[in-house]
Design a protein around this ligand. Sequence first.
Ligand SMILES: Cc1cc2nc3c(=O)[nH]c(=O)nc-3n(C[C@H](O)[C@H](O)[C@H](O)COP(=O)(O)O)c2cc1C
Length: 360
Amino acid sequence: MSSTAQLYQAQSVSASQNRPQNWPRLSIAPMLDWTDRHCRFFHRILTKNTLLYTEMVVADAAIHGRRDFLLGFDDTQHPVALQLGGSDPKKLAEAAKIGADFGYDEINLNVGCPSDRVQSGTFGACLMQTPDVVAACVAAMKQAVSIPVTVKCRIGVDEQDTETALGELARLTIGEGVDALWVHARKAWLQGLSPKENRDIPPLDYERVYRLKQQYGAQFIGINGGINNLQEGLEHLQSVDGVMIGRSAYHNPLLLREADALLYGDAHEPVSDAELIDAMCDYCDRHIATGGKLNQVTRHMVGLFAGQPSARRFRQILSVEAPKAGATSDVLRAAYQVIVVAREEAEAYERDFGALNPAE
Ligand SMILES: Cc1cc2nc3c(=O)[nH]c(=O)nc-3n(C[C@H](O)[C@H](O)[C@H](O)COP(=O)(O)O)c2cc1C
């Protein structure tokens, strides 16, 4: 049994007590075009324990596509879960096996994405309407792999009653041994809203997810949607087993640096800004040496110093200079230098004038 499987099992013994150290209390949501391998490398430097999800990979693509390109990842990224899209149990089982062979720690099925492209393939959020199909997919994937098989879903779609819709999906998938349910705590509207609107407009209903956890005390239930920071995450953890953060973690990645200490009680020294930039420059150099482009990595870093002096300039340098032909990690170093200088200036100002204006 893989270590992640043991963690999910250990948790199911007791939802609220005696959680093992590395229990996935926090995960970073799967986000198409965002949580690619470069983004995950970056996030992993900031947090050692957080479970990272890939972007969704359609089962057919995993089976027939360029596997190394779609599924390959750096060994330092564990624990990392592969999210699959599909609704054909046989294909999903095959894709899950491919993922397990690539070294992923978990396979997750997407039952939450509402885009047209996804609906035409009858998978994603529209599967909330056919929980028996989801259960058959889970059963087939569980049969194919020994790593955990999990589902990420909504609380319902369109006019569905969320008690029944989520309740049935949970009952049937738990019956097939699903290892975890990560629930985006809002409905998806399959008609009339864009995927982006579907992440904001349908109201959040955290209570519905808490009730699911109360009903299935021994089952890992994670919550997702609108969680802005780790403090809010900790509050949810009073009621569920895990929190999944998407956009806030992407736009303000430094929040992840506190995660190991705050959520996992891990006392290791958090990475410093200078160490982080060094590690990312090394990574960029290696990526460029194998034919990659700087911007493919640094585009995930523009929010790094959000809220700090000169963060805007940092973002500008990365956005304008990194996409240029021949750009190297020097661009990242130069952008960081702007932050360093701004901090030195702020410190000097504080030293020289702070004492004169103690009330400010
Ligand atoms: C750019 C983007 C791409 C996304 N792609 C996926 C995806 O591939 N699979 C999935 O299950 N959810 C996807 N989502 C939804 C997120 O996983 C998450 O459920 C949603 O953003 C709500 O969480 P948040 O409020 O913490 O961002 C995506 C979200 C964003 C912003």
